[in-house]
Design a protein around this ligand. Structure first.
Ligand code: FPP
Length: 257
């Protein structure tokens, strides 16, 4: 496993982007990304699945940089779902070490870009070393006012909704709130995305066309964009295409034109 981390942070291939991108006129404020296809990327090359996750982490770094360069306010990355615990133990363990690896080499650049790091999901169930990375990266970037990078770690949309409902019900049971206080706005204040801009665009790679329990409340009016590109191959140009497409969509929110 150690070999798969070797060289991370030192001289990896920079973004494959060669194209100059004309400025984007219409941009999503908040982009959510389902980073899918790491395993298939590795299999196509006869490599272990972990090599796919490692390459996926490089893609993630490039896409965070690209989001910042394009002036996106917030990007939420689906890094580990509540269902991912079902994977073989060595793979889960590898995935749990990725945040440590990632922040060790990237935190200085994130700080210099003014990026604020957030996490959503039940991080209290993560191994102690992952929790420590979560704490450190939150602390290091707490004062930053630039783009927010929100990592979904041990996250599931249904679990998020259940937790929000349960906390609201507890407030009602204690007499702090009444049932009539349940508005959409108040409900959203109980979600893991409270305080973030509304989700405008969801991107999913690898040809799968579903949400897989990702931001299921928040995606109600988001634009969805799917590509066959496997996550480790996804780069700035792909993100640019997704944002261009987004800019051409008519968002009616149930209204007529
Ligand atoms: C889905 O591909 C990908 C994941 C479950 C992991 C995604 C994680 C990263 C890209 C890096 C996370 C890093 C940090 C620092 C949080 P898959 O394995 O399901 O691919 P497959 O469908 O082809 O098997």
């Amino acid at each position: 496993m150690r070999d798969l981390f070797k060289g991370w942070g030192r001289g990896q291939r920079a973004s494959a982007t060669t194209v100059e991108h004309p400025p984007l006129k219409i941009k999503p404020r908040h982009v959510g990304i389902i980073m899918d296809g790491n395993g298939r990327w590795a299999r196509k090359r006869g490599l272990p699945r972990m090599a796919g996750h490692r390459a996926g982490m490089i893609a993630m770094r490039e896409v965070i940089r690209a989001c910042d360069d394009f002036g996106i306010e917030c990007v939420t990355l689906y890094a580990f779902s509540t269902e991912n615990w079902k994977r073989p133990m060595p793979e889960v363990e590898y995935l749990m070490h990725l945040p440590e690896q990632f922040f060790r080499s990237e935190i200085d650049e994130l700080v210099s870009r003014g990026v604020r790091v957030r996490f959503m999901g039940d991080t209290s169930a993560l191994p102690p070393y992952t929790q420590e990375t979560v704490r450190n990266s939150l602390e290091r970037t707490a004062e930053n006012t630039g783009m927010t990078v929100n990592f979904a770690l041990n996250y599931g949309g249904r679990a998020e909704l259940m937790s929000a409902m349960s906390r609201f019900a507890q407030a009602v049971a204690k007499g702090d709130l009444g049932v009539e206080d349940l508005t959409e706005e108040r409900f959203e204040s109980y979600l893991d995305t409270a305080g973030l801009p509304p989700l405008d665009l969801v991107i999913r790679t690898s040809g799968e066309i579903r949400l897989s329990n990702f931001l299921i409340w928040q995606a109600a009016y988001a634009e969805l964009w799917f590509t066959d590109v496997l996550w480790p191959d996804f780069r700035k140009d792909d993100l640019y295409q997704a944002i261009l497409d987004f800019g051409g969509r008519k968002r009616r929110y149930g209204d007529v034109e």
